[in-house]
Design a binder for this molecule. Sequence first.
Ligand code: GRF
Length: 202
Amino acid sequence: MKNIAVLASGRGSNLEAIIESIENGTLQADLACVISDNQDARALQIARDHGFKALWLDPGPKKTWLLPEFEENYVKTLQEHNVDLVCLAGFMRIIKTPLLEAFMGRILNIHPALLPSFPGLDVQRKALEYGVKFSGCTVHFVTGDVDAGPIVTQAVVPVLDDDTPETLAARILKEEHRTYPEAINIIVSGDYRIEGRRVIRT
Ligand code: GRF
């Protein structure tokens, strides 16, 4: 596994961290393409600015997922670019059968909470309101259940008394940028095995 693709819908700061790690040689992977469902995604511009292929693919009429014929076009494009590993980085669509089947065990996602706590959206606010003292981020394999696949890596940050969702999100994001390239490196190197839900480095 060497060729990766990043799917992103927005800001693209995780994409930026991945690109930086590729450019400085700490992440040994090739970025075959960046794909977005959002024509205006900053992520597409970041990819272009660094000389990587940036593609907008029509997401179709649904807001939070892709109808099969649209998702099949994502699959076709990933296959045309010989992608081994798909990295979701703020891709705001639930992944369904066409992509899951074509890339079984080869899709990663980053989530801004310590799963299995706080799956879903707006999770920094939820963590703060719940009163947890630590939060963080999780890189996990994508399965048919949202935010529930085997965990590759996690990083922990403290929740401070004067945090707002924004300050907590910023602290977590810093860890995301460190953690995601590391997790991708583990998977592209192939130096891991999965036992049940456990991803174990070999
Ligand atoms: C990150 O917080 C990530 O964990 C979540 O969406 C956000 C994407 O941010 N899945 P960015 O587009 O990478 O800046």
